[in-house]
Design a protein around this ligand. Structure first.
Ligand SMILES: NC(=O)c1ccc[n+]([C@@H]2O[C@H](COP(=O)([O-])OP(=O)(O)OC[C@H]3O[C@@H](n4cnc5c(N)ncnc54)[C@H](O)[C@@H]3O)[C@@H](O)[C@H]2O)c1
Length: 503
């Protein structure tokens, strides 16, 4: 079964949903399990497709196919690998519209945002293609009669397990480093949004040998089988903290390397000298309301100095009002839906919890009125004021459009509250005082800190978490090197024969 295009009216009309198999070894395979799962359009509740769910036997077959692909791919010179990855990036750009629509329908996010995700993935392929010659080794001085040097080699079969919130970008962008380094890869897309990854498998095929890039859709058990498989050398996960712990534990059975990009409950800190207008604008951008707050880097805790509190709060309703939930393919949509009924219920539960904990709901907290959206998982931007650091809504990752506002007066108490969680992914600091900015940046326990900025990532700048927000750094050279291992080679040089002595 091939995937060409979803029916033009997928999710909204009467066309029978297509069925998609597993993709490995350069071909489609029906699952040995015989199991297919419905993929739901979160904006409409319609069935978009039925997608195979890989089990242990499928994982065994896919790993064997990936090992065969690896044998060929690793022997291709690095610059040739880079040329092919750039070719794939160009193909992705040529198919940007189709891929963005697939992702929009599958994830409920506005299509204009998913175009940016597609561009972002293509940029990562180009970026890592440009780094292939940085897989360098070192030499060690061992005297005139020997040479000692090290080389970096790929690891073998890499597995990448993706979260649902950027379905295409988390598969296409994350294939760049392992493939550039010469590994084969199996992608396990999010169960809720696997369609663009399957389309990517087809797009990649002309560029890489069979078995080099494989896509195994499935659930947590599929992920677990991949993590435990002795033929897999490394696992990169984008997911929640509990999944990160499960992956690390299961991977330990075969002493697997892991790279973990996990959850966050990130702070935006506003100092008294910051402009309240800038802070208000930053916090609504930092909440990533366009994708319904479903971003690991969202600054969902606003620590605002008491002197700015009223001024910032007064500006938020007008700014939030520009996020209007709508269908993902409507160009006017400024806010998408949550991914699933589970996530929808979870966010509603947190809103109820916030009220019962004594926080003051000052905006949203309700569903949109638009009858077109009644079957989707939409929730309006939601703001709680009067949140205290001990409340669960201030401590747990909601992964939805819920902002908690905490007022502070004493800097050291505020920093203690910012750092009091198990998370440490991002932090945004707003001040015009360079000394304060440096002091705060040094004090916060987070891997990615913005001063007077939010949300943006910069290729080359290491992204990753402190504490339980993750292990490893991505979007930079470290990511490429994480998919390599070092081999040291010592060569004893033969000495020239001693000149013959005269009798
Ligand atoms: N740090 C980052 O860059 C980053 C980016 C995006 C999302 N996230 C985090 O991801 C989470 C939301 O995504 P989600 O709900 O898809 O996360 P999740 O942890 O439920 O699932 C992530 C992926 O892991 C798989 N999985 C689940 N259990 C597994 C197991 N035991 N073994 C192997 N694989 C398993 C899932 O099928 C899915 O593909 C949030 O916590 C968010 O902060 C982090």
């Amino acid at each position: 079964m091939t995937i060409d295009h979803l029916p033009a009216d997928a999710g909204y009309g009467a066309t029978a949903p297509p069925r998609y198999d597993l993709f490995y070894g350069g071909r489609w395979h029906p699952p040995v399990t015989g199991k297919y799962e419905a993929v739901i359009a979160p904006a409409t509740g319609a069935i978009l497709a039925h997608v195979a769910c890989a089990g242990q036997d499928d994982v065994d077959l896919a790993v064997a196919a990936a090992q065969a692909g690896f044998a060929e791919w690793q022997s291709i010179p690095a610059l040739e690998r880079a040329r092919r990855l750039r070719g794939l990036a160009a193909d992705i750009r040529d198919h940007a519209e189709e891929l963005a629509h697939l992702d929009a329908m599958d994830s409920g996010n506005p299509v204009w945002m998913m175009r940016a995700d597609v561009r972002n993935a293509a940029e990562k392929l180009d970026y890592f293609a440009g780094l292939v010659t940085e897989m360098k080794g070192d030499s060690v001085p061992v005297g005139p009669h020997a040479v000692n040097f090290s080389v970096r080699e790929p690891l073998g079969v890499a597995v990448r397990i993706a979260a649902f919130n950027h379905p295409f970008s988390f598969v296409a962008g994350k294939m760049a480093a392992p493939l550039a380094a010469g590994n084969a890869m199996i992608a396990k897309p999010a169960r809720q949004a696997p369609l663009s990854a399957l389309r990517l498998a087809q797009l990649a095929l002309p560029h890489v040998p069979p078995g080099v890039f494989n896509v195994l859709p499935g659930d947590r058990d599929t992920g677990d089988c991949l993590v435990r498989h002795p033929g897999v050398a490394i696992v990169g996960l984008i997911g929640s903290v509990p999944t990160g712990k499960a992956v690390m534990g299961a991977g330990a059975q075969t002493l697997k390397r892991v790279i973990l990009e996990l959850g966050g409950k990130n702070a935006l800190i506003a100092y008294p000298d910051a402009d309240p207008e800038d802070v208000a604008e930053a916090i609504v951008s930092g909440m990533n309301f366009s994708w319904c707050g479903q971003s690991c880097g969202s600054t969902s805790r606003l620590f605002v100095h008491e002197s700015l509190h009223e001024k910032v709060l007064a500006r938020l309703p007008e700014k939030c009002a520009r996020f209007v939930p709508g269908l993902p393919d409507d160009p006017a949509t400024t806010m998408g839906s949550l991914i699933s009924s589970d996530q929808f219920q979870r966010v509603l539960d947190y809103i109820a919890l916030g009220k019962s904990e004594g926080a003051r709901l000052v905006y949203g907290g309700t569903l949109p009125d638009d009858p077109k959206l009644s079957k989707g998982f939409f929730i309006r931007p939601t703001i709680f004021d009067g949140v205290e650091p001990h409340m669960r809504i201030a401590r747990e990752e909601i992964f939805g459009p819920v902002l908690c506002v905490l007022k502070w007066a004493d800097e050291s108490e505020m920093i203690r509250a910012v750092n009091s969680l198990e998370y440490g992914l991002t932090c945004s600091i707003w001040t015009n005082d360079l000394n304060v900015a440096h002091r705060a940046a040094a004090a916060v326990q987070a891997g990615y800190v913005w001063i007077n900025q939010v949300t943006q990532h910069f290729l080359g700048a290491p992204f990753g978490g402190y504490k339980q927000s993750g292990i490893g750094r991505e979007e930079c050279l470290d990511e490429l090197l994480a998919f390599t291992q070092i081999k040291n080679i010592h060569i004893a040089l033969r000495q020239p024969p001693a000149p013959a002595r005269r009798a």
